[in-house]
Design a protein. Structure first.
Length: 180
């Protein structure tokens, strides 16, 4: 017969990006359906667990909310070890956070080579509720995804909830398809 349907698929999913782009806000909106205007900056990494079913499979998502400050970047190689997928996040109203994705990716790619793994990356542009303050056009995000061979680009608002569920569904589907 087929695979045991009662077993749970466990996925490690780190979220990377500069401080203040909304990683913690996104995670809390996804887990609890709540939006809080501000959180304390993450120190090192915070760890969250979400269990759900997708396409008839039980999924346990281990979300690693990684600190955005440069001083913590040295931890990235250890965090990425054993990851099944990752989200790179920037703030559409702060162009520098988009530019810095290149630095994050450089460290990320080196870590993947070290650990002999290939981890799919979903690029996320946050804070679409502040559309009037946008400095990163959607086309730039899509172009970046193509140029860097990432798996997709989604924009979201943790404040309104727009696309929050879609982000985690998209990366989870990707991780499930990679285990076949």
């Amino acid at each position: 017969m087929g695979k045991n349907l009662t077993s749970t698929l466990q996925f490690k999913l780190p979220i990377f990006g500069d401080a203040g782009v909304g990683k913690t806000t996104l995670t809390h909106r996804y887990l609890h359906g709540l939006f809080k205007e501000s959180y304390h900056h993450t120190i090192g990494v915070d760890f969250f667990l979400k269990r759900f079913e997708m396409d008839g499979k039980k999924v346990s998502l281990q979300i690693w909310d990684f600190a955005g400050e440069e001083k913590f970047r040295f931890l990235l190689p250890g965090i990425i070890n054993g990851a099944h997928g990752t989200i790179f996040m920037f703030d559409i109203t702060r162009y520098v956070t988009f530019e810095n994705i290149t630095n994050w990716l450089t460290v990320f790619k080196k870590a993947n080579e070290t650990h002999d793994q290939k981890v799919p990356v979903l690029l996320v542009g946050s804070k679409t509720d502040l559309i009037g303050l946008r400095t990163v056009p959607p086309e730039e995000g899509k172009k970046f995804v193509k140029e860097n061979n990432l798996v997709g680009y989604i924009e979201c608002s943790s404040k309104t909830g727009e696309n929050v569920e879609s982000i985690f569904r998209a990366i989870t589907k990707m991780m499930i398809s990679n285990i076949k």
